[in-house]
Structures are given as C-alpha cells and as structure tokens.
Design a protein around this ligand. Structure first.
Ligand code: GTP
Ligand code: MG
Ligand code: ZN
Length: 361
C-alpha cells in the first residue's frame, strides 16, 4: 500500500501524565482509551492512535452517570473496548482536567460544552449584536472551568479604525487582564497572533454566538476550508446555526481545536468563584463594606456603592455584576424556592434601579 500513515502518539491527542495516573489509580489499564472528538445524539466519534471509531455507551458504565455532566463530552478521554475497525464501546470517561459548561435558564441540568481544554477563545464579531456584557458571561464560564480565556474580536474589516480603537479601549477598561486578539478572516488579521497561542498537544475551544466566525477562524488555522461556514447571503440571518455538532480538529502544528455550534444562551452555572474572579474589582471593594453580608444594593457604608458615586467603578459593570449574581443564585435554588423568587425578583430590580436614581447627576 502506498498510503503512508502518519504515526501519531497519544500525546498528540492531548494525553499526558494527569490522565495516565488517573487511569492507573482507577485500575483501568486493561482497557483501551480514546479521545472523544464528536458528539452526536447518543453516539460519539472517538479517536485513538490508530483509528476513529463510532462509539456507544454501555448500559453498565464503570462510573455511574447520574447527572448530565457525568456523560461523555467532546474532549474527554474515554475508556473503551474496541469492537472492530469502526466501532467501539464506551465504559466511562477518565476524570477531567477542566470542564467548560453552562446552564439553561429553564433547566436544572448543566450542559457540558467541552472538557480538558487549555484555552477558550471567546469570539465576538464587531458588527451586529456586539455586547460587552456577553463577554463577561463567557469569561465567568471560563473562570469556573479553570480555563484561560482569550477574547477574539473578529470581522474587524467591517469597521473603521476609530471605531475599532474605541471598542478595544472599552474592552481593556472593562477586562484589564484578558488578552484580546483583533482578527479578520477576510483580511487575514490576527491569524498569526492566534497561532502563537497554539501549542502541540494542547486543546483549544472556540465559543461565541452563531455567525461570529468561529468555523471560519478554524478553517484559517487548518489552512483549508474543511468546515462548512455560513453563506455570505445568510450572514444577516441571525437565527441560522451553521455548525450543529461540536467537533475536534487536529492542526498541522499539533494543536487540537474544538468548534462549537453558536451559543444561544450563556447561563452562569456556579455563583461564586467565576464571578468573583471576573469582578475582582468589586470583590476587592466589598472587603471594605461595613457589613460582611453586604449585598451592595442599598446598605449604608457599602464600599461598592461609594465607589460608583465617586466614579471609581463603572456603573455598567456593576449592574451586570448584580444581574449575573442574581442569575447564578437563582440557578442554585430548587423549584419551590424559584417560584417564590420569581415574584420577589421584580421588586428587587425596582429597588436597585430606584437606588440608582439617587446617583444620577
Ligand atoms: N466580513 C467578515 N466576514 C466574516 C469574517 N469571518 C467570518 N465571516 C463571515 O461570517 C459568516 C459566519 O461565519 P461562520 O464561520 O460560519 O460563523 P460561526 O461562528 O461558525 O457560526 P455558527 O456555526 O452558526 O455558530 C460567514 O458568512 C463568514 O464568511 C471576517 O473576518 N470578516
Ligand atoms: Mg460554525
Ligand atoms: Zn457593599
């Protein structure tokens, strides 16, 4: 046969000591392992050093999956039995290094976006639907998942330099310690910068709304149009999702990237750690509040409210903080608590807004 097979190693798929130690300590060395590269309805595509297999979960999993998040997700290292050249059975997944997940507002379950990710590229396009508050939501998700976030501001070919500079300044003011890549797949801006983040054997995830150019960016990294992207004529059609499955791609330079369908809704799954990290300015201020359980909405001696009054804290950032905090608390409640809270939330919002009227010049 003339077909030369490129030899790959498990390391090339992102495997390392972390997973090997887990595998050994769980006594799973007699099983094969493979990485989950695509997720279909109740089916997966997995890859090992020799092949790709279509894989199903067995009824009897090694680890009992009870919650949605316990099930295999793209990025996981699956413990498998190979059936034949094309099929495998998944018995379970090895413990995860990192997990990117979100909540739906109307469901209890969290949805796993991808696992074992090193960097999440948060893509937003500069033209329509641009929204700083949305960045904040994604940044919190990344933080909760212990994943480094990098902002990719795409389609910069569509705005003037002045407008771009203004947007960059806004982002820098709001998120002072997050890297921002200015990109255009049309003018090929930012692609080298993007490539500079990508290392062999590390895994990257592209997230953001539909139509912002996630698949287009990955195609550029692949150096060919492997992934279907939205037709130009459709690019104003907001409802259309071009990418419908999460899928992993392997770059020439050894990097591993995951493309995602556009996110409709970015619910915050966990109240505290992620929020406090992204709103570190507010967290720091709150240490000086008079009351340790200060809600920063009406209390006397609240350092956060004082900072806003003195114009040392951005009011939009503060309002988004309150909104996300409420949202996160809401997710953590059970249904009975929620019903009561729904009634109270209207009142709460009014109270906060009334409070603000006092600050208006
Ligand atoms: N002007 C301009 N258009 C771009 C750029 N990048 C992508 N596009 C266009 O934007 C549209 C959407 O791109 P996609 O890559 O399909 O977007 P996506 O984020 O993968 O969308 P979903 O798969 O639906 O989540 C396509 O028509 C692309 O050609 C860019 O830098 N500039
Ligand atoms: Mg896409
Ligand atoms: Zn306070």
């Amino acid at each position: 046969m003339n077909n030369e097979i490129k030899r790959i190693k498990f390391e090339d798929l992102g495997y390392d000591d972390f997973f090997e130690l887990k595998r050994r300590s769980l006594g799973l060395t007699e099983y094969s392992i493979a990485r989950i590269i695509t997720e279909y309805k109740e089916m997966y595509r997995v890859r090992d050093v020799n092949n790709e297999y279509l894989a199903k979960i067995t009824g009897k999993q090694i680890f009992n999956a009870t919650r949605r998040e316990d099930y295999p997700a793209v990025g996981d290292w699956a413990v498998i039995t190979i059936v034949d050249k094309e099929n495998a059975i998944i018995h379970g997944v090895l413990p995860r290094k990192t997990m990117l997940s979100k909540k739906y507002s109307n469901k209890q379950d969290i949805q796993v976006i991808a696992t074992n990710i090193d960097i999440a590229f948060i893509v937003e396009s500069v033209n329509r639907d641009y929204n700083l508050n949305r960045f904040e939501r994604y940044l919190i998700l990344a933080n909760e998942g212990k994943i480094k976030p990098v902002i990719v501001l795409n389609k910069i070919d569509l705005i003037s330099e002045e407008e771009l500079n203004f947007k960059i300044k806004q982002i820098k003011e709001r998120f002072d310690n997050i890297d921002v890549i200015q990109a255009s797949t049309i003018k090929e801006n930012g692609l080298n910068e993007l490539t500079n983040y990508i290392e062999k054997g590390k895994t990257y995830c592209f997230i953001g709304s539909s139509g912002v150019g996630k698949s287009s960016l990955i195609n550029k990294l692949l150096g060919k149009n492997e992934i279907k992207t939205q037709e130009i004529s459709n690019s104003t059609n907001k409802g259309k999702h071009t990418t419908t499955t999460r899928e992993m791609y392997f770059l020439e330079n050894g990097g591993i990237v995951i493309d995602n369908p556009g996110t409709r809704e970015v619910g915050i799954a966990n109240a505290n750690s992620g929020l406090d990290n992204i709103f570190d300015e507010i967290t720091a201020l709150s240490k000086n509040c008079k009351y340790s359980d200060c809600t920063h909405t009406h209390e006397l001696g609240c350092a956060v409210l004082e900072a806003i009054k003195a114009q040392n804290l951005d009011k939009d950032k503060y309002l988004n903080y309150l909104k996300l905090k409420k949202e996160a608390e809401y997710y953590e409640m059970n249904d009975v608590e929620k019903r009561g809270k729904d009634r109270k939330f209207g009142k709460f919002k009014k109270k906060v807004l009334d409070q603000f009227k006092k600050f208006e010049p």
